[in-house]
Design a protein around this ligand. Structure first.
Ligand SMILES: NC(=O)C1=CN([C@@H]2O[C@H](COP(=O)(O)OP(=O)(O)OC[C@H]3O[C@@H](n4cnc5c(N)ncnc54)[C@H](OP(=O)(O)O)[C@@H]3O)[C@@H](O)[C@H]2O)C=CC1
Ligand SMILES: C[C@H]1O[C@H](OP(=O)(O)OP(=O)(O)OC[C@H]2O[C@@H](n3cnc4c(=O)[nH]c(N)nc43)[C@H](O)[C@@H]2O)[C@@H](O)[C@@H](O)C1=O
Length: 358
């Protein structure tokens, strides 16, 4: 990519897309194309084809997707599989039709088997069954990886796939039902603290309701009160969290440095056919920190940073999901990239961002 290359960032207002856009702008890329969801619905085949014909982007970051936490994935199963498959089919296929030089597809570590050995290496893909709560989303993501791989092999395209761990940062979704754990706990614990300090105007404003009784009733449905905050599940599952701006930096780094064709050619030159085929099946790359914490530890860190004195109550009626999904990041580290923002620093930053924003 050179600084004048035409780059399309799909999903540029989301958690990851907004961080990729910022990273590219800071690095001096000056020919970036974007469309909001309202301007271009990526599930619409005809509209996506017209967009590519009109704009002819040279590089594509595919950060638009239907995304949500464990309950959203479990409840809106049809939406997760349908929308994600439609978005990625349209964008990947049109990128091939319009000779896009390189595309970066974002998968997720939930593509790996529920009981994969830890830490999870790229080669564990498709070796066992998936976690059921997010199976439709994971199957869509696996189809995306295989689509990139298949187009590369059949048509000689240069489409690369990355598998990020759980992400958090500015422009995240803070919805109490549909979001991921980290933004959900930031908001729940923040609101509990405001209640405990009788800062009712701030609670009403945050929730957009008309009075404090309505706010308290609503929060009670999520187990939030001045004395305590409900944490879903047992608190025992472990998760690995990566700051979204580090994630964006890794994406731009890989887009600049990594080529599918080079990997294939290099491997074919030096290895047996069998090893080359194995490598072709594992061209996706994990993006993460390589360290994880339990949900209980995460909740305690957030409670301490926010300064809430109440209790954390674990609701085991809610799903735990995968007990552990730690990435093996040796491939990424070997290419020369490592994360910068530690979890405690990231939680402080996102809490500041949340308070300033809301
Ligand atoms: N967040 C996480 O922890 C993780 C995310 N990922 C992956 O990273 C990528 C980005 O996720 P993230 O930034 O968190 O998601 P967000 O929900 O924050 O952003 C998704 C973006 O996609 C846009 N979008 C969704 N549907 C459509 C559509 N039909 N047409 C056009 N635009 C659409 C959204 O627009 P709008 O808001 O207007 O609908 C939004 O800008 C996804 O592929 C996700 O699977 C992978 C692992 C972890
Ligand atoms: C990124 C990843 O995100 C999803 O997977 P997940 O990691 O299981 O997602 P999560 O962040 O929602 O939960 C992590 C853990 O935390 C617990 N937990 C506690 N209390 C709250 C809570 O209040 N909200 C949420 N959401 N979870 C909570 C929750 O019960 C679980 O044990 C995938 O569906 C898929 O989208 C995907 O790839």
């Amino acid at each position: 990519m050179n600084k004048n290359s035409k780059i399309y960032v799909a999903g540029h207002r989301g958690l990851v897309g907004s961080a990729i856009l910022k990273n590219l702008q800071v690095k001096g890329y000056n020919n970036i194309v974007t469309r909001t969801h309202k301007e271009l619905d990526l599930t619409n085949q005809v509209d996506v084809a017209s967009f590519f014909k009109e704009e002819q982007p040279e590089y594509v970051f595919l950060a638009a997707a239907k995304v949500g936490g464990i309950v959203a994935n479990n409840v809106y199963r049809a939406d997760f599989i349908y929308e994600n498959m439609m978005i990625q089919n349209n964008v990947i296929h049109q990128s091939y039709i319009h000779n896009v030089k390189k595309l970066l597809f974002l998968g997720s570590t939930c593509i790996y088997p529920k009981h994969a050995p830890q830490p999870m290496k790229e080669e564990y893909l498709l070796t066992d069954t998936l976690e059921y709560t997010n199976e439709p989303y994971a199957i869509a993501k696996i189809a995306g990886i295989k689509m990139c791989e298949s187009y590369n092999l059949q048509y000689g395209t240069n489409f690369i796939s990355v598998m990020p761990t759980n992400l958090y940062g500015p422009n995240d979704n803070f919805d109490l039902e549909r979001s991921h754990v980290l933004p959900a706990l930031i908001r729940k614990i923040h609101l509990a603290k405001l209640l405990s300090e009788s800062r009712y105007d701030a609670v009403i404003k945050d929730l957009g309701v008309s009075d404090i009784e309505e706010a308290k009733d609503y929060l009670a449905t999520f187990g939030v009160s001045e004395q305590s905050v409900e944490i879903w599940g047992s608190g025992k599952p472990k998760r690995e969290f990566l700051w979204s701006e580090d994630m964006a930096d890794a994406c731009v780094f890989l887009m600049e440095k990594r080529d599918f064709k080079d990997i294939i050619i290099a491997n074919a030159m030096k290895q047996s056919v069998e090893t080359t085929q194995k490598e072709i099946r594992n061209t996706h790359i994990n993006i993460g920190t390589g360290t994880d914490v339990s949900i209980k530890e995460l909740a305690e860190t957030i409670r301490e940073i926010i300064g809430f004195k109440g209790n954390l109550v674990f609701n085991t009626e809610k799903p735990d999901g995968t007990m552990r999904k730690l990435t093996d990041v040796s491939k990424l580290n070997g290419l020369g990239w490592k994360y910068k923002v530690a979890l405690s620093e990231g939680v402080e930053r996102i809490y500041e961002w949340y308070v300033a924003r809301f």
